[in-house]
Design a binder for this molecule. Structure first.
Ligand code: SF4
Ligand code: SF4
Length: 212
């Protein structure tokens, strides 16, 4: 059972919890117990003031840093969409695909856990292997896991750095890489909605592939 410190009970009506061990008798504390409780109370007040002041100093320091020369008032500034936003070196964005080396072995499509890679191919006449007639990825299903990248025997598919491929219809989410210019489909961050829209009107792949 606790009690009110004699000097504070009227003014603050705050019940001070001390570590005095034995409870007060009949609601009254001894002089030593009251002193100990007062000491605890002041210690708590000082700790609280110190903690708040320390937190505010950190806030103040970071606020002042934003006004340093060259830093500006914002933490980051990007000239998006005129310039692409920088991403981490191993960022997994929309794919890069090289039609000129793909041998249409289907390994990437088999590895895809959501079956969103569609490969069209025809056997090469008077020769070996296949030629690609289509290489589409449905980005309304792709989860950017990169499992399609690992099994490729000729390293012609990678995760790129493009993160923006906005479109107005679901058809815009399906990208046929074989209809894109090679520098767009293989460029690290050049896949863009305009190029994808232009690829929709092509009926033939832009390149015959390695077996033609
Ligand atoms: S990143 Fe994953 S989900 Fe997307 S196409 Fe590759 S394997 Fe399929
Ligand atoms: S991208 Fe690679 S794994 Fe996929 S079909 Fe072409 S060669 Fe095979």
């Amino acid at each position: 059972m606790g009690c009110w410190p004699h000097g504070l009970s009227v003014v603050f009506r705050v019940r001070v919890r001390g570590d005095h061990g034995s409870p007060c008798r009949n609601g009254f504390c001894s002089r030593v117990q009251r002193k100990r409780r007062m000491g605890n109370w002041f210690h708590n007040v000082i700790t609280a003031v110190y903690t708040v002041a320390r937190g505010m100093l950190i806030t103040l320091r970071y606020w002042l840093i934003t006004y340093k020369d060259g830093r500006g008032t914002f933490t980051h500034q990007f000239e998006y969409p005129e310039k692409p936003v920088p991403v981490a070196a191993r960022y997994r964005g929309f794919h890069r695909y090289d039609l000129t080396t793909c041998i249409s072995c289907d390994q990437c499509a088999k590895a895809c856990p959501v079956d969103c890679i569609y490969i069209g191919k025809e056997r090469v006449e008077n020769g070996k292997g296949f030629k690609i007639t289509g290489f589409s990825i449905d980005y309304s299903k792709c989860m950017f896991c990169a499992l399609c990248v690992e099994p490729c025997p000729v390293d012609c598919i990678f995760m790129g750095a493009t993160h923006d491929l906005s479109c107005y219809s679901r058809d815009g989410c399906i990208v046929d890489f074989s209809r894109l210019p090679v520098d767009v489909s293989w460029g690290r961050a050049t896949l863009n909605p305009t190029a994808v829209a232009a690829s929709k009107v092509l009926s033939e792949p832009v390149h015959g592939g390695p077996n033609q």
